[in-house]
Design a protein around this ligand. Structure first.
Ligand code: COA
Length: 154
C-alpha cells in the first residue's frame, strides 16, 4: 500500500491584516488584480474568505459566496512561488468541503478562455463548461475578453 503525503496546510478566515500581503500576491498572480476595496467589500458582506497557509507563509486564498443553495466562486489564487505543486487542487477541495458543510448544491465560477491552467484544474475537479459571458473581463489595450462559466454539483 502506498502512502500519499499531503503538505501541511492551515485554513483560516481572511482578515484586514492580511490585505497587504494578499494584494502583493494578487498583483503577481492575476491578469486583472482585485483592489483593496474589493477585498474589503468581500470581507464586509461576509463572503467566505479563506487564507491557506503553509509554515512559510500564505500559499493562497479563495473567496466565494452561497446564495440559497448555489455557491459562486469569485477568486481562487495560489501564490506564484507555490503554483504547480498541488495547492490549487487542495484549496479547491477545501472550497467544495465548505460548500458541502453549508448545504450548497452547485458551484459556479467564471474563467478567462486564455487561463488554460485554471481551466485544466477545474475540469480535472469535475467542473464542466455551462455558458459564456461575452466581453466580461477587461483585457489589454481597452479590449474585453469573454468569460467561460463552469459549474459542478457539490
Ligand atoms: C489556477 C491556479 C489556482 C492553479 O493552482 P496550482 O496550485 O498551480 O494548481 P495545482 O498545482 O493544484 O494543479 C492542479 C492541476 O491543474 C492543472 N494545472 C494547473 N496549472 C496549470 C498550468 N499552468 N497549465 C496546465 N495545467 C495546469 C493541472 O491539471 C494540474 O494537475 P497536474 O499538476 O497533476 O498536471 C493558479 O495557477 C493561480 O492561482 N493562478 C492565478 C490566479 C487565477 O488564474 N485564478 C483562477 C481565476 S478563474
Amino acid at each position: 500500500m502506498s502512502a500519499v503525503l499531503k503538505p501541511e496546510v492551515r485554513f483560516r478566515p481572511i482578515t484586514e491584516a492580511d490585505l497587504d500581503r494578499l494584494l502583493e500576491i494578487e498583483q503577481q498572480a492575476h491578469v486583472s488584480p482585485w483592489t483593496r476595496g474589493i477585498f474589503r467589500d468581500c470581507i464586509r458582506v461576509n463572503y467566505i474568505c479563506t487564507v491557506m497557509e503553509l509554515g512559510v507563509g500564505i500559499a493562497g486564498y479563495s473567496i466565494f459566496n452561497i446564495a440559497v443553495d448555489e455557491a459562486h466562486l469569485f477568486n481562487i489564487c495560489i501564490n506564484p512561488q507555490f503554483q504547480r505543486q498541488g495547492f490549487g487542487r487542495i484549496l479547491l477541495e477545501h472550497i467544495l468541503d465548505q460548500c458541502r458543510e453549508r448545504q450548497a448544491k452547485s458551484v459556479f465560477l467564471e474563467v478567462r478562455p486564455s487561463n488554460v491552467g485554471a481551466i485544466a484544474l477545474y475540469e480535472s475537479a469535475g467542473f464542466v463548461e455551462v455558458g459564456i459571458r461575452t466581453g466580461y473581463y477587461p483585457a489589454n489595450e481597452g479590449r474585453r475578453e469573454d468569460a467561460l462559466i463552469f459549474a459542478r454539483d457539490v
